[in-house]
Design a binder for this molecule. Structure first.
Ligand SMILES: Nc1ncnc2c1ncn2[C@@H]1O[C@H](COP(=O)(O)OP(=O)(O)O)[C@@H](O)[C@H]1O
Ligand SMILES: [Mg+2]
Length: 309
């Protein structure tokens, strides 16, 4: 349904998107997961026709993103990262404004707006100005706007950024519900929870490059059987790291600020040994945690840095 081939976007000499290729199947919820600045918004903007790629190409439902922008606009809905609503207008007025922009006839407009307000759970507050809305409520209206013209494909750029837990749950339910009715979804996120809860497949992006692509299960296999021991400590020296690396089971150590993450086999059994080394070296330990791998540990495994939230 969507195919991206060797996409590149350069700003001066910096590649914001650097040779990215992937395919999204019909009916799939596909996630682009990565930290700020990874290139996620740039990829989405190119696919929506808002930005020209430097090279490479994209095909959406058989249409070329550069040659058939007009046809593509009709079948895609776009939820931008920045909320684009008029805060002095009510939710209903905002939807009506965009429905006119899309050229929906009046009767259809009223019906569609009522449906979408219901979907957003905001029917009762539809006639309040957005100034009284929380970030999450505005985000829900922003999603409704993208659905006015009944697109078949939905692009969502950080749909849960800056929303309260209640709205987050509601947004998850909306995405799953739309998908169950056949909507293909491409979303970007820097939050692991989004990718874990929603996405059939996840592409991990970092520094403009796609560094892994698989189902959650497949991605977790990359980390394998190892455990992760996370140590918050001050004064972590290179000597301490070298001593820890000598433990046979240790596969990888990364240090990010005051957090040292040690990936190793049989973490529980090796914990005493680790604590001995830290104590002997005079490292001031604030906390030690042992955890099963999750998407965050995968990101750490792939890039050596923590996923910023
Ligand atoms: N208009 C622009 N001019 C120069 N650099 C840009 C521009 N837009 C984005 N970038 C850079 O491209 C990179 C990717 O940005 P972006 O796609 O917004 O990342 P993400 O959405 O993953 O946070 C960043 O390093 C950003 O600073
Ligand atoms: Mg972005």
């Amino acid at each position: 349904m969507i195919r991206v081939e060797h996409l590149v976007k350069r700003y001066n000499n910096i590649a914001a998107v650097n040779d990215v290729s992937f395919e999204i199947k019909k009916g799939e919820i596909f996630g682009l997961l990565g930290p700020n600045g990874a290139g996620k918004s740039t990829i989405i903007s190119i696919l929506c026709g808002l930005l020209e790629p430097t090279s490479g190409r994209g095909i959406i439902d058989g249409f070329d993103i550069q040659k058939n922008a007009f046809e593509i606009k009709k079948i895609i809905g776009v939820v931008p990262q920045e909320i684009s609503l008029y805060s002095t207008l009510t939710a209903r007025e905002n939807l009506d404004f965009y429905a006119k922009v899309y050229g929906l006839p009046r009767r259809l407009r009223e019906q569609r707006i009522a449906e979408l307000l219901k979907m957003s759970g905001l029917t009762l507050r539809a006639d309040e100005s957005l100034q009284s809305y929380s970030g999450g409520m505005k985000r829900r209206i922003n999603i409704a706007v993208a659905l006015l013209h009944k697109p078949r494909i939905l692009f969502m750029d950080e749909p849960t950024a800056g929303v309260d837990p209640q709205s987050r749950k509601r947004i998850y339910d909306t995405i799953l519900e739309l998908n169950s009715k056949g909507m293909t979804v491409l979303l970007t996120t820097h939050q692991l929870e989004d990718a874990e809860k929603l996405c059939h497949r996840i592409a991990i992006v970092d520094n403009g490059k796609l560094i892994a692509l698989d189902t959650l299960e497949g991605l977790m296999k990359l980390v394998g059987e190892s455990d992760i021991v996370r140590i918050e400590a001050r004064d972590i020296t290179q000597n301490t790291i070298t001593s820890l690396e000598k433990i046979n089971n240790v596969q990888k150590i990364s240090v990010d600020g005051e957090t040292m993450t040690v990936q190793l086999l049989k973490g529980r059994e090796m914990l005493a040994r680790i604590i001995d080394i830290l104590t002997d070296s005079g490292t001031k330990v604030d906390s030690i945690q042992i955890k099963e791998p999750d998407l965050e540990t995968l990101f750490l495994h792939l890039t050596g840095t923590k996923l910023r939230r």
